[in-house]
Design a protein around this ligand. Structure first.
Ligand code: NAP
Length: 295
């Protein structure tokens, strides 16, 4: 029997309608939410991602500002730009498009973003808050995956989730979010011995390795939920995930496609976080600002 396809595109379009309403309320009662995106260099994939983010902002009524710097930008200039945005009251979310050029110290750049504007959820304080189950912002890609699982009522408590990949932006936060929901979590890496031995025991497999066709049907158990975060470009130019889709979909219970799966959810979660940041800023402003609440 063929798996149920979890369409990220469909779920994302439903979310977009809700987000538009929240933007409308903010714009009518206070101000338009604003997202700043910093791009350094001309990595083609990054340029496409940034364009898509700006387009989605426009569709939802969010103000977006793109700061496009040359690849040889200095650390100091980048940090100064972030400081300016941190104190700009019309900007509620700041996103630094990764990867950054090799000479830039990424950790220092991420740590410079004001925590309340860290809509990617990568600031070390937000990462720490995620570990304790109190994240201010959830990193967008794994957050999108959680929404997809919830939308299809896929049980998590007591389920065995196996994640392939341990990056700071996908694998690790994914593991924390699934743990928080009561799943038993295994994280595999390129060093894991006998990957299939782990994936065959999984109720849920999340692929985030960036390796085309890494997961094949013999590596899962019948009825498993398979979430494909991977985005890979084939030699003929087509996009594919980390899952050998045609075979795995015949054995899985649920599966996400690439494209049209996790990708559209990631961008919607970024918009959600930006709107949430603006809603919090509004609440603070209406309460008289940080100063009066502290004094
Ligand atoms: P990354 O930083 O390169 O991390 C890849 C992880 O996969 C690493 O932990 C690596 O292990 C592990 N890995 C690589 N080959 C493996 C193998 N053969 N077996 C087991 N583990 C293996 O990548 P990322 O940033 O997390 O992104 C992962 C994929 O998701 C990429 O294709 C990326 O384009 C895609 N992505 C998609 C979205 C979206 O919105 N859909 C968002 C972000 C990323 P080691 O740590 O041992 O090297």
């Amino acid at each position: 029997m063929s798996a149920t396809i979890i369409s990220g595109s469909l779920i994302a379009s439903k979310f977009r309608e809700e987000l538009k309403q929240r933007v409308k309320i903010l714009s009518e009662t206070w101000m338009q939410p604003g997202l700043a995106v910093i791009l350094a260099g001309d990595n083609p994939a990054s340029c496409v991602y940034v364009r898509n983010k700006a387009k989605t902002c426009e569709e939802l009524g969010i103000r977006s500002e793109i700061f496009n710097f040359p690849g040889d930008i200095s650390q100091k200039t980048l940090l100064q730009q972030i400081q300016d945005l941190n104190v700009n009251p019309e900007i509620h979310g700041i996103l630094v498009q990764l990867p950054l050029p090799g000479h830039i110290r990424i950790d220092e750049v991420i740590a410079a973003i004001a925590i309340g504007k860290d809509v990617d959820g990568f600031h070390p304080c937000n990462v720490g808050a995620l570990v304790t189950g109190h994240a201010l912002f959830h990193p967008c890609t794994p957050f999108g995956v959680m929404k997809m699982l919830a939308e299809y009522d896929i049980p998590l408590q007591g389920q065995h989730a196996v994640i392939i990949g341990r990056s700071n932006i996908v694998g690790k936060p994914m593991a924390l979010m699934l743990l928080e929901k009561g799943a038993t979590v295994t994280v595999c890496t390129s060093r894991t011995r006998d990957l299939a031995n782990h994936t065959r025991n999984a109720d849920i497999v999340v692929m985030a390795a960036g390796k085309a066709n890494l997961l094949t049907s013999d590596m899962i158990r019948t009825g498993a939920t398979v979430i494909d975060v991977g985005i890979n470009r084939l030699p003929d130019g087509r996009l594919c995930g980390d899952v050998e889709f045609s075979g795995v979909k015949e054995k899985a219970g649920y599966i996400t496609p690439v494209p049209g799966g996790v990708g559209p959810m990631t961008i919607v979660m970024l918009m959600n976080n930006t709107i949430e940041a603006a809603e919090r800023a509004k609440a603070v402003a209406l309460a008289g600002g940080w100063h009066s609440s502290v004094q």
